[in-house]
Design a protein around this ligand. Structure first.
Ligand SMILES: [Zn+2]
Ligand SMILES: [Zn+2]
Length: 296
């Protein structure tokens, strides 16, 4: 859908004094926020002014923020939904891209205390990384997953890694078909932190491959993640501490992704070089969400 079709010029008969000031003119709002490089704090503030601005931001500007920040990921996600209706809405995807949801203890993943969520300036979403979170039977799916956000939990505990992601075309995914076909129950107490919808625990569903732990720098069994009915994913893991030996490890090449490999010797924390070695659209500001690989 072109931008001109999404923009709704205000008809002359409906103009009020405030419209004439331009604050409710969609094209002017679009140009203002584009000049501000889609500042998410300003967008949140604008959406909270009144219901008219909230409606415009929700219908138009959240999508533009997402597309500006991760153009190839958004183009890919939109390919799967010709209607343009992203599961849960654009505001939920914008939140997923810029908000680490923190961690609450769950029945499969215990933490000594809850960790609050927070805004993030930048995150790297990778479909290569996403492949590590899919079992072999679901490998045809396309899942974008962020690098883990590292939270220190004190001297007696390892650091906590919190990550999030989104499926392309979740409605038609093998993962959803498996969950529905096997009648895996939705969690009773957990709701998606991005859209509020019910979720499945992938641990409960038996859909956590060992490659997920290796990708995160964790141990198999020391992580959990959830997928909501709108295709949002989020999870937590215990990060293996770095040691001097880790610095001599080989580069992670994404090829070691067997579901059945018991060798956890390759587990390590993902270092800075790993995060900058993707072939993504790194932006000069360093504040945007970055996606690797071409749109599919
Ligand atoms: Zn975080
Ligand atoms: Zn959700």
């Amino acid at each position: 859908m072109s931008l001109n079709r999404r923009l709704r010029p205000n008809p002359p008969s409906q103009r009020s004094d405030s419209d004439d000031l331009g604050i409710l003119n969609e094209r002017i709002l679009f140009l203002v926020f584009r000049s501000m490089k889609w500042d998410i704090q300003a967008l949140c503030s604008t959406a909270s002014v009144n219901h008219k601005l909230r409606a415009i931001v929700k219908r138009l500007l959240w999508r533009e923020l997402c597309a500006h920040s991760a153009p190839r990921m958004i183009a890919s996600l939109e390919n799967a939904v010709p209607s343009g209706r992203i599961g849960g809405g654009w505001h939920t995807l914008a939140k997923l891209m810029f908000f680490c949801c923190g961690c609450e203890p769950t029945r499969n993943f215990k933490v000594s205390r809850p960790t609050p969520g927070h805004f993030v300036k930048s995150s790297r979403f990778s479909k290569t990384s996403g492949q590590s979170f899919l079992t072999k039977r679901c490998r045809g799916d396309l899942l974008y997953v962020s690098d883990p956000c590292e939270h220190q939990m004190g001297e007696k505990e390892d650091d906590l890694g919190i990550y999030r992601g989104v499926f392309k075309g979740f409605d038609k995914s093998k993962t959803r078909a498996y969950l529905i076909g096997r009648r895996v129950k939705l969690e009773e107490r957990v709701r998606c932190p991005y859209c509020g919808a019910p979720e499945w625990s992938m641990t409960t569903a038996g859909l956590v491959p060992k490659s997920a732990a290796r990708r995160l720098g964790s141990h198999h069994g020391a992580l959990e993640y959830f997928v909501c009915v709108n295709g949002h994913m989020h999870g937590s893991c215990w990060l293996v501490p770095l040691s001097s030996d880790d610095n001599e490890d080989d580069e992670m090449d994404g090829s070691d992704d067997s579901d059945f490999d018991d060798n956890d010797g390759g587990v390590r924390r993902i270092g800075y070089d790993d995060r900058t070695a993707t072939n993504g659209s790194m932006c000069s500001m360093g504040e945007e969400v970055v996606v690797d690989g071409p749109a599919k």
